[in-house]
Design a protein around this ligand. Sequence first.
Ligand SMILES: *Cc1c(COP(=O)(O)O)cnc(C)c1O
Length: 381
Amino acid sequence: MDIPFNKIYYTGKEQDYLQDALKRKHLSGDGFYTKQVSRVLEERFNINRVLMTTSGTHALEMAVKLMNIASGDEVIMPSFTFPSTANAVIGQGGKPVFAEIKRDTLNIDPDSIEKMITAKTKAIIVVHYAGIGCEMNKIMKIAGSYNLSVIEDAAQAVNAKYKDKHLGTWGDIGCYSFHESKNYISGEGGALAINVDDKRIYNRAEIIREKGTNRANFIRGEVDKYTWVDEGSSYIPSDLLMAVLYAQLEKLDLIKLKRKEIYNYYYDQLEKYLHSDFLAEIPTIPRECKSNYHIFYLVFKNNKIRERVLEELQKKDISATFHYIPLHLSPMGKKLGYRFGDLPLTEESSSSLIRLPLYTGMKEQEREYIIKSITEIFEEF
Ligand SMILES: *Cc1c(COP(=O)(O)O)cnc(C)c1O
């Protein structure tokens, strides 16, 4: 059996909505479907204002601009993340400062955040890894006492909660991704959740998203001509993509449920190996968290075991993967002055981790084959 790492799941309505979007003859941004998906996100996740974007990466870029991160400002974030988190800060001339993660969730450690704060610190970017929330109560408290902005990289955390409040709605701004590798997809796409109740920030977000122009104000009749008023770029997604996303968001709960079944199956079948001398961690969902079941990972006792398991799975045609090369050990991280040994837990976890295939439409035979194969590998140890 050949098992890919990811397989796209269609709810069945994507083609209808896409055709309808074509018929509406509004292929650029902010058409009928863009309005629909923004409304769904605002209502379902209780978000103040949502602006759809061309990607999660672009949502992060906008968020950093909106929080006025500028040259010399330091922004604390985990090293265990995708480069987009740090690129957004670099793009504005800011400096990413990498904090340590926690062993149980691989999320940023609030104690480590506090240790990294200096007079130059301007913001914290948390990353909700695998759809499990960071400790937002502690983090918001730290941010409050040092007067720091909080941006949530909630790219993986659409439709997940911390303490009954959706991820992406805790910080000043939350950033979602609808890339085809995520739970809810438009191919490429993202959203900005603006949680601060500040009309000026919302208005500036509209301008940055619309190539630095006040076109949105013009369309609403608030100004009599539209012109270049601020920095900006082209961050508005085509309505065609939002038609696809609308079909996905109609099935918010069904998609989560399907993933939960696979996740729970993995968990139940693999939990017993936690007492072995080769497996160190499988994901835990803290009591305060509700997961969206984005990722199921295994952390082994060392890198050698990880490499062997990956190789054996490959022989059985199962595409498991690893990630991330910690940002502080990447060529860019080294340019920023980081070295091996700076963040031991990040280094240890990332070098010993694999992700199992977990896609919404995974068949029972597929998940059974994956577990049977892993069990065979484990029995060899
Ligand atoms: C996927 C992802 C991104 C980037 O999202 P895109 O929509 O692909 O640009 C950023 N941060 C994290 C943590 C991600 O997983």
